[in-house]
Design a protein around this ligand. Sequence first.
Ligand code: MTE
Length: 449
Amino acid sequence: MVDIVKQPGRLRRAPENFLSEAEIKAVAEGRRDFLRRSFLTAASAAMTAPMLGRASEGDANILQNPEWTTTLGQPVAVRPYGLPSKHESQLVRRESPGLTRVGAASVSFAPLQGMFGIITPSGLHFERHHQGWYDIDPARHRLMINGSEPAFVKQAKVYTMDELMRLPSVSRIHFIECGANTGLEWGNVAVPTVQYTHGMLSCSEFTGVPLKLLLEDCGVDYRKARFVLAEGADGSSMTRTIPMEMVESGEVLVAYGQNGEMLRPENGYPLRLVVPGVQGVSWVKWLRRIEVGDKPYATKDEAVHYIDLLPNGQHRQYTSVQECKSVITTPSGGQALLDKGFYNVSGLAWSGRGRIKQVDVSFDGGINWQAARIEGPVQNKALTRFNIGWVWDGKPAILQSRAIDETAYVQPTYGQLRLVRGTKSIYHNNAIQSWKVDESGEVSNVQVL
Ligand code: MTE
């Protein structure tokens, strides 16, 4: 049995948790003195004896009353819309330097290394825009539903937001992952921290109307109309085909709510499509039109982009379900173990095909595996948090997690995935992630075949 109380390990957080934008830039330019100084400051609070809790004698934080105990605090509603503590100001979504040259057609990554549980705070939800984001006036926003042939729907209709929000709604927790998540790592290790390897991933409670209800309101002919085309109102002409079976299952939502409030503008306010289990690009934001048709549309975002390049040079289209995947978020790249002793190893698992059944964790690069503790309730097509205790003995280690979903699909190793997919793809990389802990305790991104 691990003595958690006598041997607690201390963790130095990933640089993105405490370095400012300017300091990170300085590090990227090779001025590592910045990094060392900031690390020392961040770690200094923890540099006393490794013991859980400590004797109270001599601790000024106990002996002297701080100002928050002796003075009047701030009144209510100073900030009518609440904000995180100023002490948490470095835990933000970040753009990977050098990834794109135009910010309006870029990605910001969610800081998975500093998040708890499974819900992504709306302000930390990753962003992927093809042509910038808008804060659309809901009074002027419309959703049109029509058929590519008049016979596919009895009546084409246009809905206002007010009309949509009066219909029976559902609320469901689902993950969204961009098909390009972990896309930089196909060939080799490319980025240092989990924010950049896996941060095109978020999970929210979405509220909206099942698309099925709206199609039936328009009198859809399910025998003829077997596909749906979703279109966004932004200038990128974002369009994606969705098979009608997904809509008929009742899972696809026309959503306006996210985590108890309206969607954030960056995430599609006032209306977005929620397509559980399917890659993020199909979750069309600023949703303005749904067309039903009898064949896939092969639009630019499905014929040229979001396709899988196979080793024989051919492209595979419409691989849209996000297969089972997991990642250890702490300890993870850029963090450091400051002591030998006990660590709570924590991470996330998810599957586009349903619920997570099991997560195994290895501390020796995949030779031995132990089942992690899954934090329930486990939800359909949602992030699932896992935890497992580990005592670091100060020797090099390689940490991995391997998820298994309810269909019994097992997350592949890089070796297994590359056999089928090669190394030149961008999309749908769900390989097992490895974090190496070296003797000094530094954690870095490595690949194990
Ligand atoms: N919808 C529109 N209209 N325009 C876009 O650029 N980007 C897509 C999808 N929906 C996009 C869109 C992509 S590629 C992804 S991964 C998700 O939105 C990202 O959603 P998020 O920005 O809310 O994280």
